[in-house]
Design a protein around this ligand. Structure first.
Ligand SMILES: CC(C)(COP(=O)(O)OP(=O)(O)OC[C@H]1O[C@@H](n2cnc3c(N)ncnc32)[C@H](O)[C@@H]1OP(=O)(O)O)[C@@H](O)C(=O)NCCC(=O)NCCS
Length: 460
């Protein structure tokens, strides 16, 4: 290991040596060369951060440039705004407000994605009639093109369900109204109507896509239910998953999908959809890209990781798990260098109100009383914040929405992020309609190299 002074000297010498000399004097392999160059760059980054983190470069600080743009206000997003303490508000409505005013499915009590979608798109609370009309429209548009069914059926069962979902969504662009209209030379004021048409068609088809993937991976050879035109989006999704007669799970799914719909624009999946769509790529391609961002373990895949972690804890600790057992397991996770999945957040600094709403749902259901996994989620919530505070790294020691993963009654953990993917379409696609209606431009931030940053700072 080289000392910091030696690394700085090496950095200077690397800069001095000409490209010509490097090209002809060395026979080192690519890997060996990188192994030499990376520590030098790491040291350069460390110095920039510690010595100039707060230095202003143009409109932002060095910390913003090298720190993943945390908290940087640089993006328009209409449907929701996230407050670090209070959590998400959809057009000004908190989660409890939405639970009071947004229509449920006939026979149900929970918010349904259709009413959330209406709110996100329009900023208005729909009537039950408007919600039902939207349910009907989605059901009528919900069937998949034959070639997409064949595409999904051709995937190996071992291909991760999120990869399958992203690929199938991209393939739906075969029928993109936006792309066809663009080729015909549509004018800018028409952009949003074709975007809306694609977005509604995509949301309508997501349950059939996601259910087909579930069937192929976990229950191959079984029949898939057909779409019932009189049912809401999640009623049909639950039917196709094979849980249609489980009212409690269907209601949970409705709430889960409605609440995961939007979390302002800076999160990786929403931001990806927005960025890709700003090139006038159609909504299918834009959302497909978003799904691959969602598939990362620091983002949507965390819900898979939570359940995997919980199941491993259950296996190791057996029955009657105590708070002390969980505490020890949390420390074991942290000391092995892993994050505690389902805890922490890029923006939130309090327990996630979506976590609280889903937890309250489970607490209110007598049939879920005594569920070992729900007990585990609740007990973890009681001890994890103190452990994470003592650990001292995360800025937010509280649960995010993914900490509820185990509350679902099925244990196919690789499927969890797909359900998130069905949901996040509501908000991500809403913004595409608004971006095109408002004529927002191509996103093109300015990047800088570390050398350029240093030069800029020196010349200030
Ligand atoms: C969500 C998450 C990615 C936010 O990242 P972030 O904005 O960089 O969070 P912070 O600023 O609080 O991170 C500061 C440090 O705390 C660590 N940290 C954050 N959350 C942690 C957790 N749950 N367990 C252990 N360490 C955590 C980070 O890894 C980072 O460590 P580093 O300085 O060694 O790189 C992060 O909290 C995390 O990895 N959580 C677990 C995964 C998860 O639940 N994701 C779903 C998010 S909705």
């Amino acid at each position: 290991m080289l000392s910091r002074t030696a690394l700085s000297r090496q950095a200077a010498s690397l800069r001095r040596s000409s490209l010509f000399a490097q090209r002809f004097a060395s026979t080192k392999s690519l890997r060996d060369t990188l192994q030499e160059v990376i520590p030098v760059k790491q040291e350069q980054l460390r110095k920039l951060k510690s010595e100039h983190g707060q230095t202003v470069v143009g409109d932002v600080k060095v910390d913003n440039i090298i720190g993943g743009m945390r908290g940087l206000k640089a993006m328009l997003w209409e449907a929701s705004v996230l407050d670090p303490i209070e959590g998400i508000r959809f057009h000004g409505l908190s989660i409890p407000d939405c639970q009071k005013v947004l229509p449920a499915a006939p026979g149900g009590k929970e918010i349904i994605p259709e009413s959330m979608l209406w709110l996100l798109l329009t900023g208005q609370v729909p009537t039950p009639e408007q919600t039902q009309a939207l349910s009907r429209e989605l059901a009528e548009k919900g069937d998949l093109p034959k070639f997409v069914e064949q595409l999904i059926d051709s995937f190996p069962r071992t291909l991760h369900p999120m990869t399958q979902l992203g690929m199938a969504v991209a393939a739906l662009n075969h029928d993109s109204s936006f792309q066809a209209a663009y080729e015909r030379g549509m004018k800018k004021p028409e952009y949003w109507t074709h975007t809306l048409e694609d977005c509604i068609n995509l949301i309508a088809r997501l349950p059939a896509l996601a259910a087909r993937i579930y069937r192929n991976v976990y229950n191959p050879g079984t029949e898939l239910a057909t779409i019932d035109k009189n049912l809401d989006l999640v009623g049909n999704y639950s039917n196709m998953l094979g849980y249609g007669d489980n009212h409690s799970l269907t209601e949970y799914l409705r709430l889960y999908i409605a609440l995961h719909g939007d979390h302002e624009g800076g999160n990786a999946s929403a931001h990806t959809a927005h960025l890709v769509n700003s090139t006038l790529s159609d909504p299918y391609l834009s959302y497909s890209a978003a799904l691959f961002a969602l598939a990362g373990p620091l983002h949507g895949l965390a819900n898979q990781e939570v359940l995997r972690w919980q199941l491993a804890m259950q296996k190791e600790l057996g029955d009657n798990i105590t708070h002390e057992d969980i505490k020890a397991y949390l420390w074991k996770t942290l000391k092995s260098g892993q994050v505690v999945p389902g805890y922490g957040h890029g923006v939130l600094r309090n327990p996630d109100p979506r976590f609280i709403a889903l937890q309250e749902f489970c607490d209110s259901r007598p049939e879920l009383k005594g569920s070992p996994i729900i007990d585990l989620v609740n007990k973890t919530f009681q001890v994890a914040p103190d452990v994470l505070k003592e650990h001292g790294k995360t800025k937010n020691p509280y649960p995010n929405v993914d900490a509820t993963s185990g509350m679902f009654s099925f244990v196919e953990f690789k499927y969890y992020t797909v359900i998130f993917g069905v949901s996040r379409a509501l908000g991500a696609l809403t913004q595409l309609v608004w971006a095109r209606a408002l004529g927002l431009p191509l996103e093109r931030p300015k990047s800088m190299s570390m050398d350029a940053l240093e030069k800029f700072i020196k010349n200030q």
